[in-house]
Ligand binder design. Structure first.
Ligand code: SF4
Ligand code: FES
Length: 235
């Protein structure tokens, strides 16, 4: 089948403003949008720039807007988006070139929630492991699945309005550690989330949950953080 791709183009070295270019490629319904972008870059226009790495939905590097909604290019099939596809960079982050955006503000926000395990206490008597029951592990299982693709944060109207909002992805990471029974920095993280750039900026638009390619219940996780801040309970 013929597939028409209308692609956002912007090269800061030559363009005053962005424009769109249209390419027609041969594709199959089971091709991924990433395959079509590779085809354009490989055979029609080598100047097209986009991020990708694993091509299997693991690295999170190829988040883009496809027909107006955030997706991973490597997980989106032609049969699910049709034979006329508009491809654009995600919103809310500065475009560096074509489909590539500046991820620094996203990762700056991520770092603020201490995205690592904190525990300074001595190891248990056996000296080996910090034990956790299956129920305690289950408490934060959903938020361990995040691949930091930014589909959630860049689909959030509150983030578009103000990039000092930590954003859903940072809050998902905060959830992953705050509800880990072995971690000891929950109160420090909750203090960060209580600042004006934290959970108060979430107005439950729900875009984040719809956008997440890992099907993480992002809005629910943010709701659990809000509840923990009010009640002080982590169970
Ligand atoms: Fe991507 Fe989902 Fe993680 Fe957001 S929560 S960064 S959408 S994997
Ligand atoms: Fe790694 Fe798509 S290229 S998630």
């Amino acid at each position: 089948m013929k597939v028409t791709l209308k692609i956002f183009r912007f090269n800061p070295e030559v363009d005053q403003k962005f424009h769109y270019e249209t390419y027609v490629v041969e594709g199959e319904p089971t091709d991924r949008v990433l395959d079509l972008l590779e085809q354009v870059k490989g055979y029609q226009d080598g100047t097209l720039s986009f991020r990708r790495s694993c091509a299997h939905g693991v690295c999170g590097s190829d988040a883009i807007r496809i027909n107006g909604r955030n997706h991973l290019a490597c997980k989106t099939l032609v049969r699910d988006v049709g034979d006329k596809i508009t491809v654009e960079p995600v919103l809310g982050l500065k475009v560096i070139k074509d489909l590539i955006v500046d991820m620094e503000p996203f990762f700056d926000n991520y770092k603020k929630v201490l995205p690592f395990f904190v525990n300074e206490s001595p190891l248990p008597a056996d000296g080996k492991e910090r034990h956790q029951t299956p129920e305690q592990r289950e408490r934060f299982d959903d938020t361990t699945k995040c691949i930091l693709c930014a589909c959630c944060t860049t689909s959030c109207p509150s983030f578009w309005a103000s990039d000092d909002y930590l954003g859903p992805a940072a809050l998902v990471t905060a959830h992953r550690f705050i509800f880990d029974s072995r971690d000891e920095a929950a109160s420090e993280r909750l203090h960060t989330l209580a600042e004006t750039s934290g959970t108060a900026r979430c107005h439950t638009a729900y875009n984040c949950t719809l956008a997440c390619p890992r099907e993480i219940q992002v809005t629910k996780a943010i709701g659990e953080l809000k509840m923990a801040m009010v009640t002080g309970r982590l169970d």
